[in-house]
Design a protein around this ligand. Structure first.
Ligand SMILES: [Zn+2]
Ligand SMILES: [Zn+2]
Length: 132
């Protein structure tokens, strides 16, 4: 399982995208408050099924804590998008961030130069790959 790693050029914010079989879910992050979650709790830790409903899991001090937020997963085709080589990419619709009161929707990737959700001053850069 692979993902893309991102970090901020000003602070210590880091995010790894993609599906992790350790976490049993897809890593997602709030672009407003930097809270990180996984979309998981599905039938397989190796990946979701098309149309499967997954649950948003918060990453608390004692591990994953289930939230009441669920999302139906659609697996996006990869073959025409080499940029996403080997990285699981899902369409999970609009999932609101349970940590903040904004209308921000959780994201699974950053655009190059996107502003940092933690310090709001730095810019997010893609720094490499994550292998799970
Ligand atoms: Zn948030
Ligand atoms: Zn930052």
């Amino acid at each position: 399982m692979m993902g893309h790693s991102y970090s901020c050029d000003r602070c210590d914010f880091e995010f790894c995208s993609g599906w992790s079989h350790h976490a049993g879910g897809l890593f997602v992050v709030c672009p407003s408050c930097a809270a990180q979650f996984t979309l998981g709790d599905g039938q397989s830790e190796w990946g979701p099924r098309e149309g499967e409903t997954l649950r948003l899991m918060a990453l608390g001090p004692d591990g994953e804590e289930p939230t009441e937020i669920r999302a139906v997963i659609h697996i996006l085709p990869r073959e025409n998008d080499e940029e996403w080589d080997l990285v699981v990419r899902l369409n999970f619709g609009n999932v609101p961030c349970p940590q903040c009161d904004t209308d921000e929707k959780l994201i699974q990737e950053f655009d190059a130069g996107q502003s940092c959700p933690q310090c709001h001053e730095g810019k997010i850069e893609r720094t490499g790959s994550c292998i799970y």
